[in-house]
Design a protein around this ligand. Sequence first.
Ligand code: PRP
Length: 216
Amino acid sequence: MSATNYPNVFMLRQTNQLLGLYTIIRDRNTKRGDFVFYSDRIMRLLVEEGLNQLPVKPTTVKTSQGHEVEGFSFEGKICGVSIIRAGESMEQGLRDCCRSVRIGKILIQRDEETAQPKLFYSKLPDDISERYVFLLDPMLATGGSAMMAVDVLLKKGVKQERILFLNLLAAPEGIEAFYKKYPNVKIITGVIDQGLDENKFVVPGLGDFGDRYYCI
Ligand code: PRP
């Protein structure tokens, strides 16, 4: 993990492998099949890093030869919540690591004219307030959508400290706004870009993630 200027914002280690993966998905000439494949690779790394952040408790097991080993086991239950549409692309990465994980959905769409988020729908596990929540959305631009999703979670009784927002690409403006409002929510991002353009798109970014993953 790379440190950032914010105590609760973590960026994946910028290894040669990761830089190579981002180069592929940023390239406008990358076809959808490759875009999906290599984005999935990065999303899996984000999920693994999210799991690294969860608390564990000591436990002792016996090996098949009868030796005792002091180890750790995960403490607490988790669930995923994806922000439709682009966030759904991260669900498989979570399922690959956490078999039969429960996944809630929040539909928030950013108005294409004003860039303001609008909440349309949410359906969440009943016991979500007792779980660690992996909030899934690959893009953080202004932060409006993610903050609106966190509002929904807090109203359901989830504690900020139990929310981990997994995000593939972030703008510094979005990180700052999010951190100011929710300093205790952990953000795990793959890369922090230069900034936002006049249309509130991330620069240099990678285009519209949802379109590239599902449509183009
Ligand atoms: C995109 C993206 C985020 C949001 C980021 O979604 O997936 O949800 O915009 O922007 P923000 O940080 O300024 O709110 P969009 O509303 O375009 O919908 P999509 O998932 O269907 O592409």
